[in-house]
Design a protein around this ligand. Sequence first.
Ligand SMILES: CC(C)(COP(=O)(O)OP(=O)(O)OC[C@H]1O[C@@H](n2cnc3c(N)ncnc32)[C@H](O)[C@@H]1OP(=O)(O)O)[C@@H](O)C(=O)NCCC(=O)NCCS
Length: 191
Amino acid sequence: MSSKDNIALALGATPKVNEGVNGLQRRPNTHELVLRNLCERDLDAILYIEAGAYSHPWTRTNFLDSLNSQYPMQGLFVPCAQTGEDSLVGYFVAMKGVDEVHLLNLTVAPDYQRRGYAKHLLNLLREWAVHNELTWIWLEVRQSNTAAIALYTSYGFLKSGVRKNYYPLGIKGSQEREDALLMSYHITTCN
Ligand SMILES: CC(C)(COP(=O)(O)OP(=O)(O)OC[C@H]1O[C@@H](n2cnc3c(N)ncnc32)[C@H](O)[C@@H]1OP(=O)(O)O)[C@@H](O)C(=O)NCCC(=O)NCCS
């Protein structure tokens, strides 16, 4: 990890997403965080978290496609005293549009949930969007995902529509589908 990518978010330090983005609204209850772009060597850790966090996790190919498309992909890491290596606690994958950023994946490892990490990641995504002169964040969320809907609603996202039968449901190969809520966040008015 290069020092350019690896940004220590010790309490009191200035956090950044990529170059020139800073200004968090709220810090998680953690001593130190490291934020950096995700890369291929993170995929095993990401897939481990995906398997624990979702009924229908993204595949390695989904993440590789996002990396190859150069989508914004940021991970939050905590230093591990035992191994000396940083441990991934959460991440987001997004896609830049004309006037909006589409949040494709936001995940916090099960052992680290309810500590403010997702809100922290949303703050970082918002700062990235402001830096890129984008005014909206859009996302889809399973209508049964009460935790994520509570997160987005508490953050200021509004329900903007429903995508019928958007997500697979049940075991692999099943024809069952679940609706998605389409949610949006207007950056300039939701501060
Ligand atoms: C949804 C998810 C990202 C939330 O991450 P998190 O780090 O636990 O969320 P935060 O700690 O930042 O929570 C911020 C606020 O969101 C709401 N919230 C988060 N998780 C919640 C839950 N399980 N139940 C109710 N409200 C919840 C609360 O208002 C919370 O504030 P509070 O803790 O002060 O009450 C996490 O549960 C997760 O990774 N789930 C699996 C993957 C997923 O569903 N991702 C979203 C796909 S659209």
